[in-house]
Design a protein around this ligand. Sequence first.
Ligand code: AKB
Length: 336
Amino acid sequence: RSTLFPYTTLFRSSTEGGTMKKILVTGCGGQVGTELVAHLRGLYGDANVMASDFRAQEGHSGPFALLDVRDGKAVAALLDSFKPDTVMHLAGILSARGEERPQQLWETNMGGTYNMLEAARERGCAVFFPSSIAAFGPGTPADHTPQDTIQRPTTIYGVSKVTGELLGEYYHLKYGLDVRGVRFPGLISYEALPGGGTTDYAVHIYYEARARGRYTSYIGAGSFMDMMYMPDALDAVVRLMEADPARLRHRCAFNISAMSFDPEGIAASIRKVLPDFRLDYDVDPVRQAIADSWPNSLDCSAAREEWGFAPRYDLDAMTRDMLARVPGAVSSLTPN
Ligand code: AKB
């Protein structure tokens, strides 16, 4: 994968003697799932990582199962047949798409999370829950957003993330279930496109820069959001799930981020590689309003102190790697 850091080799030592042996990943066809499954199989072995999604997939090097996480019986049956010790529950709908279909988001994101926590409780599996910067809202301090602060999100996606965080904490307190999670920032990657998020522009811009030398942003200048390159996100998930629980003062929702930029900032970084790159704007009011309700930059000190969160890519390193790897134009880039 990356020429900058050989991730699988680099982090193998941190998993030796670790707690995870058999892992189920839901939502494996998404932007994170696609790479997380490959990363986990590199660390734990193909046969020990079950990929699942509600859409059929081919070409897996390990086991795959069709799974609609809204179906609690199907969730329980898959845990009974594969017997994972850990579930990474990624299946869900993202922020912008959620505003088009709030009821569907609730059924998938909350119904799926509840079904998974219940099935995990009955079988004693650890659970990874991906929260998001969307768990914050307009009343949250926007700069250096503290780990523990006001959470009054104004999107259905954000409401589902706060609920998931609280539900995970509850299952830990009430049942002793090992639930852990992070608040993902916008994630940037080249293996699989994101779909239906607000931060997706920061992925699309690299494809369009490479293919056409220009990009029209649906997020306006001056809108700063937290971001991170996918290899750092994959490492964060493994580090957190393998961390000594005695060190964890927090559990289900660690702030993590590697950088904060607005469209002008990412364009300036791209121009260091492609000097003629041009950025225009055609702001989408829905996604802009979502971006405006999210923080500018998170304080990640709890993640650093409690489980060694240590992202390696800054904006320019990520830009160099992305521009070396993106294939060029993707016809379905917009709208999500
Ligand atoms: C989105 O934009 O919806 C996601 C997220 C930040 O959770 N990328």
